[in-house]
Design a protein around this ligand. Structure first.
Ligand code: GLU
Length: 513
């Protein structure tokens, strides 16, 4: 029987999750769901110096918002828990001990000063097979000396003993086999007595093994660590069950030169974090996709395309379609350029696809804040008319304010261009005409008004734009008769009469200037 896929997203709670991390989680999710597997959240919090309060909650909230749910996580639990590494201290100690007993790792007592000295004395110093015999560790000290140092409570670290001259192959589903010689690796610290915690490398490998992770899908920045990870699997005798790797391409700056950073976001005005984040120490606020008005479905679709493509023209994919279409063969090796305009385009597409009543519900709070009293049905009709003009819900007000409030001023340029000598008289006739219309539907109004323009041989552009100026206050907006249908006959006539009353005087004053 084929083994069940188990993938994990393993962030360290050191601050807000970068949007690249969200992309990593998404690819894990897609692959897990495509293969009927499990998607696990594991919090890698063994580096206590970098721990940031609130970061774990932020991660959880991000995925709640995105609608990507974990099968196992710190809050949900699961049979491989706990899912927070800080709660697994005792588990790691056992494997540190095992590696020491096997002679695959050793204890090192070098102080920071001693390490610094080695760095200054030995060019390109690295703690490895060529230098470890000059350092203060359990390989150079007698076992009595080591024991007595330990008994006296000396601080130490445990280092993995990488034997030189071995070929290490990382099987990567995107990059193929990446092989290096073990001689280039150093004896990385895997455990520190000071906090009784393993380092990232050991905890990561032990947990991937114990949690039966089948595929490690993570950012390219972890590729340099992969050979060491393979070495650790080997040292622990777990090579047989070693997961497959997939190192995802970096997210690059919009210009394509270098990694996308928070500064790029600030510079170019787009968020690089999924949700708003307030730095607990500095109080600095960073914007998030959610607060900037992106729909989670749009973010998912947009992120899916940063490093993967379906090989067809199709761009809009539901989560279900992404699950079906995703493949590592179609992931790119080279970095993916971040494209803000494309992100906005996706959001626009998803706004267009949102049922009108749902879009109206998103608009309602904005209207309430402005103390506009209106039925959801009317708002639904209004958003259906203006939605193709917006990228974000927050732009709805600017595009539709004239439906809710009569113009308070009239655009000068439009007045000068469209309000001719005979316009006041024309608009008076139009008001009378409209007053007599029983069926105030857009089609019927249009039919009657067009006939009237033709019969009187009025200038279509001038007449209709003067009408628009009276109703909207400027030369913009959706189809004229849709506006008047929605605001209704009384309001239409009221606005017309107000314009008839005010605009001639405004024009006179303008001409005097
Ligand atoms: N804790 C690492 C991170 O913050 C995990 C890397 C991995 O997935 O192995 O991304």
């Amino acid at each position: 029987m084929q083994q069940k896929t188990r993938v994990r997203f393993a962030p360290s709670p050191t601050g807000p999750l970068h949007i690249g991390g969200v992309r990593t989680a998404l690819y894990n999710y897609l692959y897990a769901k495509q293969t009927g597997g499990d998607f696990i959240l594991r919090i890698e919090d063994t580096d206590t110096t970098r721990f940031v309060p609130g970061a774990e909650e932020y991660i959880q909230e991000t995925f709640n918002w995105m609608g990507l749910s974990f099968d196992e996580s710190p809050s949900k639990g699961g049979k491989y828990g706990p899912y927070r590494q800080s709660q697994r201290k005792e588990i790691y100690k056992k494997y540190v001990q095992e590696l020491l007993e096997k002679g695959a790792a050793y204890i090192a007592f070098d102080t920071p000063e001693e390490l610094e000295k080695a760095r200054t004395e030995i060019p390109n110093f690295q703690y490895d097979a060529s230098t470890r015999h000059h350092m203060r560790n359990s390989l150079t000290l007698s076992s009595e000396e080591t024991e007595s140092l330990l008994a006296a409570g000396a601080q130490y670290v445990v280092r993995i003993k990488v034997e030189p001259g071995h070929e290490i192959v990382v099987h990567d589903m995107i990059r193929g086999d990446v092989s290096i010689n073990s001689s280039v690796l150093d004896d990385k610290v895997i455990y520190k007595s000071a906090d009784e915690l393993p380092t990232y490398h050991l905890a990561n490998i032990v947990d991937d093994h114990l949690m039966e992770i089948t595929h490690v899908i993570r950012g390219e920045e972890w590729l340099p660590s992969a050979p060491l990870h393979v070495w650790l699997y080997r040292s622990l005798g777990w090579e047989e069950t070693m997961p497959c790797f997939a190192h995802l391409p970096l997210l690059l700056k919009p210009e394509g030169n270098g990694k996308l950073s928070k500064r790029d976001g600030d510079r170019l005005g787009f968020p690089v974090f999924p949700l708003k984040w307030k730095d607990p120490s500095s109080g600095d606020i960073s914007s998030g996709y959610r607060e900037s008005g992106y729909l989670p479905e749009a973010v998912i679709n947009f992120l899916a395309f940063l490093g993967w493509n379906p090989g067809t023209e199709q761009e809009i994919f539901s989560l279900e379609e992404l699950i079906a279409a995703f493949s590592f063969e179609r992931c790119s090796k080279s970095g993916a350029k971040f494209d803000v305009e494309k992100a906005k385009w996706f959001n626009h597409q998803y706004i267009l696809r949102l049922p009108d009543n749902q879009l109206a519900a998103l608009f309602m709070p904005i209207l309430e804040e402005k103390e506009i009293k209106v039925t959801p049905e009317k708002v639904t009709r209004i958003v259906s008319l203006v939605k193709d003009r917006i990228h974000f819900v927050k732009e709805l007000w600017d595009q539709s304010a004239y439906f809710f409030v009569a113009p308070e001023r009239y655009d000068e340029k439009t007045m000068r261009k469209r309000w001719k000598n005979d316009t006041t008289e024309q608009m008076q006739q139009l008001a009378d005409l409209l007053r007599g219309i029983e069926d105030f539907s857009a089609e019927n109004q249009e039919h009657i008004v067009m006939d009237w323009i033709q019969q009187n041989q009025f200038h279509m552009g001038n007449t209709m734009n003067a009408f628009r100026l009276a109703i909207v206050g400027e030369g913009k907006g959706v189809h004229m008769f849709h506006i008047t249908e929605v605001i209704g006959k009384d309001e239409t006539i009221k606005r017309l009469e107000r314009a008839i009353q005010l605009i001639p005087t405004l024009m006179e004053n303008l001409n005097k200037l």
